[in-house]
Design a protein around this ligand. Structure first.
Ligand code: GDP
Length: 297
């Protein structure tokens, strides 16, 4: 994650560190490079501007007074500012799933990793939190997707709601709720249908499901490699459905990863988890410190 951005910022600060004192001009020059690095990493323009301005202000005032080198000083300011921008929830992995059976609604575009993430999260809830979890696929247009969830369920030892042909998503959501209550489940997860792009039909369907399920958590699963598109998707889903958090997938890939940096600032929604591979264990809670550390190298 963030390899390019990390190298880029690293280069900037290596140059800074070699210099003695840090003048306003030095800071400005360095910040220009930081700005380019962030934009190239696909961080959104308003976030980049805001970030650079904040760092510039703190760096120019602070550099002369402290005993550390100016380079170290700026690195620390950038580090702290990165954490500030990245931070969402105090404990992003803690889901609001008291009062069983608690519904979790999984939303997103097709191919973003929604079904995989539903299973990964179910496994995590079962193994870490000792929860009894029921998963249900609402993707009635793609029988393969419904079967995929059932196969993953078998693999991780988590129950899935039996597939009934011809049922619509709202009816499935209702049946999942009933089944979760009767079966003594702590959590039931609704894996909604995805489309290749956001459209009215998709949103209306997810909205209808949301209204019957009244989810405690609505998690948007979005491909972290799609940069600005991930932000638009998040914004759209939040406006229409209301999301409680984001799961960024494919953060194991070598993309630029700027979406992570912009997500909180642009959408106001916290990143809760990151997907780091196709395996069922490849899901981690989002940790700003670790990401900031990686950016700075
Ligand atoms: P959905 O259409 O949103 O339900 O997407 P799927 O869950 O079917 O995922 C699409 C593909 O992406 C599958 O091949 C997954 O194994 C893969 N995938 C999902 N999450 C990750 C991830 O975090 N990293 C990588 N490398 N692949 C992922």
């Amino acid at each position: 994650m963030f390899e390019n951005l990390s190298e880029r910022l690293g280069g900037v600060f290596d140059r800074l560190t070699k210099q003695g004192a840090l003048s306003e001009d030095d800071v400005r020059t360095a910040m220009r490079e930081v700005r380019v690095a962030l934009l190239e990493a696909d961080v959104s323009l308003p976030v980049t501007r805001q970030f650079v301005k904040a760092v510039e202000k703190k760096a120019t005032g602070a550099a002369v007074t402290k005993s550390v080198t100016p380079g170290q000083q700026v690195v620390k300011i950038v580090h702290d500012e990165l954490i500030e921008v990245l931070r969402g929830e105090e404990d992003p992995g803690k889901l609001r799933i008291d009062n069983p059976p608690a519904p979790i609604l999984m939303v997103g575009l097709q191919g973003g990793g929604k079904t995989t993430t539903t299973a990964k999260l179910a496994k995590r809830l079962k193994e870490r939190d000792g929860k009894k979890v029921l998963m249900a696929s609402l993707d009635v247009n793609r029988p393969a997707a419904m079967e995929q969830l059932a196969i993953l369920g078998t693999q991780i030892g988590v129950d899935t709601l039996p597939i009934v042909k011809g049922e619509d998503p709202v009816a499935i959501a209702k049946r999942a709720k009933t089944q979760a209550g009767l079966g003594g489940y702590d959590v039931y997860m609704l894996d909604t249908a995805g489309r290749l792009s956001i459209d009215e039909e998709l949103m209306a369907q997810v909205e209808a499901v949301r209204d019957v399920a009244n989810p405690r958590e609505t998690l948007l699963v979005v491909d972290g490699l799609t940069g600005q598109d991930a932000l638009h998707t998040a914004q759209n889903f939040d406006d229409r459905i209301g999301i409680s958090g984001v799961v960024l997938t494919r953060m194991d890939g070598d993309g630029r990863g700027g979406a992570a940096l912009s997500m909180r600032a642009v959408t106001g929604k916290p990143i809760r988890f990151v997907g780091l591979g196709e395996k069922m264990d490849a899901l981690e809670t989002f940790e700003p410190e670790r990401v900031a550390g990686r950016i700075l190298g």
